[in-house]
Write a protein of this length. Structure first.
Length: 278
């Protein structure tokens, strides 16, 4: 791949006065070897459009481009970053489009051509909300092939968690029902400028063509949300309002009414959702 022709990120930040703002969750990655490594963990980008949320001064954007992304669409809320991003666009003609806006409000689909991958180092609050949106579209398969996302280590563990673990819950079930999800990198706070309080991890999720087990999406989301809303309660108590014969339905799905949600695996949650829907 052609190497990155632009100045080091520290100079970019100094030249454009991009002091990190806490209110925008700004913890920048300045090591281009690291951002190229994250871009590589997103898979083969050469035939893909990549949606990047929160490019900031452009460390990951530069990684995605130097790793060969066909086209990058970057959505950034902080207008201070736009001149630095314009320099990247000029260095990679026709390969980077930047939209100034809030990723929670902008619809990127008009600007993207499939196949599409998503990559981002996001502020943590926005990250979880976007992840849940990307995991719960009206139709499956979704508009994206894969998600490569930086999270607080604790959130990353909730996405890949197995039944019986403390981290297991709604996020694990939503993610693992229709995706393969794994942690591909761990990063200490010092990898960022300024360093956050906690460690981070990159999670790579690949959309499966079909859900792992059949279930109606809305029903499954409702059952899982209720079950984990009161995760210490027994399933029969947590799901009491769902059906008059909830104990029978739990048993039919292979779940003991006295089980707690954190011990129930994905297959049995899907079976229960099927029984509740019909
Ligand atoms: N990608 C850059 C990097 O790795 O160095 C910056 C990462 S920083 C953790 C998060 C970025 O998301 C910041 O540039 C911030 O301005 C931007 N951001 C915060 N909220 C946003 C939102 N709602 N929509 C789009 N961008 C947002």
């Amino acid at each position: 791949m052609p190497s990155d022709p632009l100045p080091p990120l520290r100079s970019v930040i100094a030249d454009h006065g991009l002091s990190a703002r806490k209110s925008l969750g700004q913890n920048f990655l300045l090591d281009l070897n690291l951002t190229a490594k994250i871009a590589r963990s997103a898979g083969d980008l050469t035939r893909c459009d990549v949606l990047e949320i929160g490019p900031g001064p452009g460390g990951l954007t530069r990684g995605l481009l130097s790793e060969g992304a066909r086209h990058v669409l970057a959505i950034e809320k902080d207008s201070r970053c736009l001149p630095a991003l314009a320099e990247i666009a000029a260095a990679w003609p026709g390969r980077l489009t930047v939209i100034e806006g809030d990723a929670l409000k902008v619809n990127p689909l008009d600007h993207l051509t499939p196949p599409i991958r998503i990559a981002a180092n996001l502020p943590y609050n926005v990250g979880t909300e976007l992840l849940v949106r990307w995991l719960t579209p009206p139709d499956w398969p979704p508009f994206w092939q894969s998600l490569t996302l930086m999270f607080q280590r604790e959130v990353a563990e909730r996405i890949v968690a197995a039944p019986g673990s403390k981290a297991y819950g709604r996020l694990a079930l939503l993610a693992q029902w229709r995706c393969d999800a794994r942690i591909v990198m761990s990063l200490p706070p010092q990898a960022f400028t300024p360093p956050p309080k906690v460690s981070s991890a990159v999670v790579h999720l690949t959309a499966l063509p079909e859900p792992r087990f059949p279930a109606d999406a809305k029903t499954l989301e409702r059952v899982v949300a209720m079950a984990f809303n009161q995760r210490r309660k027994m399933m029969r108590a947590a799901l009491k309002g769902l059906a008059p014969d909830i104990e029978d339905k739990l048993r039919a799905a292979g779940i003991a009414p006295t089980d707690r949600a954190e011990t129930v695996d994905l297959e049995r949650f899907c079976a229960l959702a099927q029984l509740i829907k019909t």
